[in-house]
Design a protein around this ligand. Structure first.
Ligand SMILES: Nc1ncnc2c1ncn2[C@@H]1O[C@H](COP(=O)(O)OP(=O)(O)OP(=O)(O)O)[C@@H](O)[C@H]1O
Length: 604
């Protein structure tokens, strides 16, 4: 592994065994996962979690939080004497915000439990076709049917020991699947807690905690539910790379006198365990009522990997597309096999750029025949967003993970917790909005001490966003855009003789924009571009609070926005279709009475 940071800034100078973990489990960590020594976070969290205390972990992205909670649980479960059985039901519940994260944690569990065949992992998540899954499990295709189960199959195969779940589908089963046995539930883990709450799952989480009798005031198993495991105390763990009011509230209602890991004294006020039983669904803005509050993120530092190089790309609206393609080309040609993730604000924008990058062919000399053109970017391109079929999401997730060099175009659905190995560059083509989101997006690179660079696209009118990030201790340097554009040869010339000062008048920009507009004028691409344009404006309008001041839709020149989608049409034409779409959306929303959560998820 190439590392920029010293290993002692990432890894602890002790062994997994010295933390008190079972020797067979340590072997699994080494042989199956390739982990020789614990990371610093693991070295801090594992002994505390083994001791049975409630824990709140706030550590930078990519520091190994998953093993920090899974290893102690497996240690205890494999140690139970007599061994746990199927009929004992579920012992541990890992709640995660997205389906991809659900699969990721489940896959790690599969590896770790290889030698502990009596501990059964399972997962449930929205979007799965239940009958198809049942059939697949019955036939035993893919997985070992006896060990790896989904809760939708609980009627057929009760007894998942460690369950990974997204909140919505879990609640459904808690209410409706009578054979879901949870009287022995000992651990509840909230992974990426802030994202679970941001997605509007606060009410579901409260209901889950109530149904499982695991709110802070009920943290010891109910007296009348005596089982052979009732001597064990409930233990809840909460993990998050960023903190906010809602996470603080969840901590207060679910954690009993927790040990804080990764939190310095500045970031919290004393006595987190003060009981407050408000609602996670409501906005927690009245701090005075909550004395045990973690200080708000607005003044705090965010945990960004120290070795990450963060740059911003200052580019006027009309040249955005050309600059994106140019930077991608530059990165892909400069390095042997880079993996790049590009974030967009909407599903339609992902679809448009995906088709463009997968199909756009190009030649330096515009006179050449179609056969002589080459792909503008020559690497495998993937896309990931919330409007895709579950099966396609799964294929993308696995595919991009496996590739050595590839491009992933995605919405924020991929911003949290996903661990794609060897991602070298993150491009935030559309701005992330909240600074929290910025941190999570860049956290997909520079994981565990590896190198990583990030690029944030900003228009000249949006430069105040840098100050917003600065408030959170995040500092970016300017990307030398003109220098990079100058390095592209044009019509056979290696360098331009004349020094170009303006980006818009740069011969490379003009030439590429012309080629793009011609390509996008084809019917299929044009339709994708128009949809992307409309949804992009909607997302831009949806910036909240303080950010509205920076990302002002009225400062946008619609013609320039259209140009950034390779559209030649008059802005008024496109603007009209946008207005019609906005009206239609408002009408639909009124009719359906869409919840806050659905508004958030539809964006991703
Ligand atoms: N002890 C270890 N030794 C080597 N690699 C490790 C170790 N622990 C974890 N890793 C690897 O480090 C990477 C990051 O781990 P993980 O996904 O758990 O981080 P995280 O802190 O949960 O990140 P995020 O906040 O983005 O969710 C993974 O690729 C994982 O396999």
């Amino acid at each position: 592994m190439t590392k920029k940071m010293g290993d002692n800034e990432i890894f602890a100078s002790c062994s997994f065994a010295s933390l008190g973990l079972d020797p067979t489990l340590c072997e699994q960590l080494r042989d199956r996962m390739g982990f020789e020594v614990p990371t610093l976070v693991q070295a801090q969290a594992i002994p505390v979690t083994l001791s049975g205390r409630h824990v709140l972990v706030n550590a930078a992205t990519g520091t190994g939080k998953t093993i920090a909670y899974l290893a102690p649980i497996i240690h205890h479960l494999q140690n139970y004497d007599p061994r746990i059985e199927r009929s004992d039901g579920t012992f541990a519940l890992v709640l995660v915000p997205t389906r991809e994260l659900c699969m990721q944690v489940y896959e790690i569990l599969q590896k770790l439990l290889h030698r502990f065949h009596w501990i059964v992992p399972g997962y449930i998540m929205g979007g799965e076709n239940r009958s198809k899954e049942k059939a697949r499990l019955r036939k035993g295709c893919g997985n070992d049917v006896n060990r790896y189960l989904m809760l939708s199959d609980m009627e057929l195969f009760p007894g998942i020991s460690i369950l990974v779940a997204t909140p919505g589908r879990l609640l459904d089963h808690l209410k409706n699947t009578s054979s879901f046995l949870h009287t022995n539930m000992r651990w509840i883990i909230f992974d990426e807690a802030d994202r679970i709450l941001e997605l509007g799952f606060g009410k579901e989480i409260e209901e889950i905690l109530n149904l499982l009798g695991s709110r802070q005031n009920e943290s010891i198993g109910k007296e009348n539910e005596v089982s052979k495991f009732s001597e064990f105390k409930r233990q809840n763990l909460l993990l998050s790379a960023t903190l906010n009011e809602k996470v603080n509230h969840l901590a207060k209602i679910s954690l009993d006198n927790p040990v804080m890991i990764g939190l310095d004294d500045k970031k919290m006020q004393p006595n987190l365990s003060i009981r407050h039983f408000g609602s996670l669904g409501s906005d927690m803005d009245d701090q005075s009522e909550h004395p045990g509050t973690l200080t708000s993120c607005s003044n705090g530092d965010y945990n960004v990997p120290a070795q990450l190089v963060q740059k911003y790309v200052k580019v006027s609206c009309g040249s955005r597309l050309v600059v994106l393609l140019s930077i991608l080309k530059n990165l892909l040609e400069r390095e042997a096999s880079p993996k790049i993730v590009v974030f967009f604000s909407t599903c339609d924008a992902v679809n448009f750029h995906y088709s463009l990058l997968s199909e756009f062919q190009w030649a330096l000399n515009s006179e050449v025949t179609a056969e002589m053109k080459q792909m503008f970017v020559s690497c495998r391109t993937f896309r990931l967003h919330g409007n895709m079929e579950q099966e396609d999401r799964r294929t993308t997730f696995q595919g991009f993970k496996a590739e050595k060099s590839a491009l992933l175009l995605c919405t924020d659905i991929a911003a949290r917790g996903l661990d794609f190995p060897k991602v070298r560059y993150i491009i935030q083509y559309d701005s992330p909005g909240e600074a929290t989101e910025y941190v999570h997006r860049v956290g997909r690179t520079a994981r565990l001490g590896e190198r990583g660079d990030s690029f944030l696209f900003l228009q000249p009118v949006e430069m105040d966003y840098l100050q917003d990030l600065q408030k959170h201790g995040v500092t970016l340097i300017e990307y030398p855009l003109l220098k990079v554009l100058d390095s592209f040869p044009l019509r056979g010339q290696k360098q331009y003789m004349k020094k170009v000062v303006s980006l818009e008048m740069h011969p490379w920009v003009l030439s590429l924009q012309k080629a793009l507009e011609s390509f996008i004028s084809a019917e299929k691409m044009k339709k994708l571009a128009k949809d992307a344009f409309c949804s992009w404006i909607r997302a831009y309008t949806a910036h909240r609070g303080e950010l509205k001041r920076i990302f002002m839709v009225k400062k946008l020149h619609l013609g320039h926005v259209a140009r950034s989608f390779g559209l030649k049409e008059q802005p008024s034409l496109v603007g009209k279709s946008f207005q019609m779409q906005t009206k239609k959306r408002k009408r639909d929303q009124k009719q359906k009475g869409l919840s806050k959560r659905r508004r958030v998820t539809s964006k991703t």
